[in-house]
Design a protein around this ligand. Structure first.
Ligand code: PPE
Length: 306
């Protein structure tokens, strides 16, 4: 991967290669960590901005609360540290990865008095599902692995341990020649993908999974608001895989994936088998927003200069 110069580590900017932990770090054994994925974009006309910075930091703090660990930093301190990391690395655009984890101390599941440590890394990350994905759309399959029951793992926490479920589904999908997996919940309804939320479009109406067994995606929330503002009807409503098969359009949302069209599910072509008109419309407006070209959404952007 493409490295950068510094990683913020509990208040200090340390050289990339020196940001290390002990192999008996609790989180490495038990997945006791929470993280975020945030993007910063260069603005049309100069400068840069982090997209929905406070919302991401708030979700990090919420994730920690859900899994029962305490991050010893406030929202403002973490937000400032993220900007500091971008500036130190001279990055006009970036994917930013804050992570808070239960550190080295006692072994055993009980995290006890082990320290909670926090890092913030940033690196350049292009199109998550490949350079063609945003344009052409991707091929996906329904996973044989169900998304965890709402009382099994806490899906509203972006917790490291939750991602074993995602890794199982992702490996299966890739081994079978697909780009990504669509996961069903334990009742059989469409839940989310391994690192993306899902929208379908039928007869001009958008539908997305309600905030049940899914991560409350910030891109999902942005698209919900944007689509409403553009005059579309959007329903947060459960739907099944067969409804997905007969959708006119479908797409994933996520910080890494942005808005990625889906052109095929389980060998059924979705709509015309390419990015649909509503998907393209939302994609275009979304990219305008993140690049600072739509002042109506200025409060979603935290500007910074290098
Ligand atoms: N669901 C899951 C399970 C998920 O991991 C993500 C983000 C989303 C939905 C979308 O959430 P949001 O980014 O707030 O719109 N996945 C992150 C990690 C990807 C990775 O491979 O690492 C991301 O997109 O940053």
């Amino acid at each position: 991967m493409q490295t950068t110069e510094f990683i913020w580590f509990d208040g200090k900017l340390v050289p990339w290669n020196e940001a290390q932990v002990h192999v008996l770090t609790h989180a490495l054994h038990y997945g006791s960590a929470v993280f975020e994925g945030i993007r910063a974009y260069a603005r049309t006309g100069g400068g840069s901005a982090v997209f929905r910075l406070k919302d991401h930091v708030q979700r990090l703090l919420n994730s920690a609360k859900i899994i029962g660990i305490t991050i010893p930093y406030t929202l403002d301190v973490l937000s400032e540290a993220i900007l500091q990391t971008l500036k130190a690395n001279k990055m006009p655009d970036a994917y930013i990865r804050p992570l808070s984890f239960v550190g080295y101390g006692e072994m055993g599941v009980y995290p006890g008095a082990n320290p909670v440590q926090t890092i913030i890394a940033a690196w350049p990350w292009g199109a998550y599902l490949g350079p063609e994905a945003l344009e052409r759309g991707i091929r996906v399959k329904t996973s044989s692995f169900a998304r965890s029951h709402v009382n099994t793992s806490m899906s509203k926490a972006k917790a490291a341990g939750n991602y074993i479920n995602s890794i199982l589904a992702k490996i299966e999908a890739r081994d079978d020649g697909y780009d990504e997996a669509v996961m069903l919940d334990t009742n059989g309804f469409v839940s989310e993908a391994t690192g993306e939320n899902i929208f379908i479009v039928r007869d001009g109406i958008l539908k997305t999974t309600p905030w049940t067994s899914i991560l409350g995606g910030i891109t999902r929330d942005s698209v919900l608001k944007l689509a409403c503002d553009l005059g579309y009807t959007v329903l947060e409503q459960q739907f099944t895989r067969d409804e997905f098969y007969i959708a006119d359009e479908a797409f994933f949302t996520g910080t890494a994936a942005e808005i990625t069209p889906i052109r095929e599910l389980d060998h059924r072509q979705i709509g015309a088998g390419q990015a649909g008109p509503i998907t393209k419309h939302l994609q275009k407006e979304f990219f305008k927003i993140v690049q600072g070209e739509n002042s109506h959404y200025a409060d979603w952007l935290t500007p910074y200069t290098l």
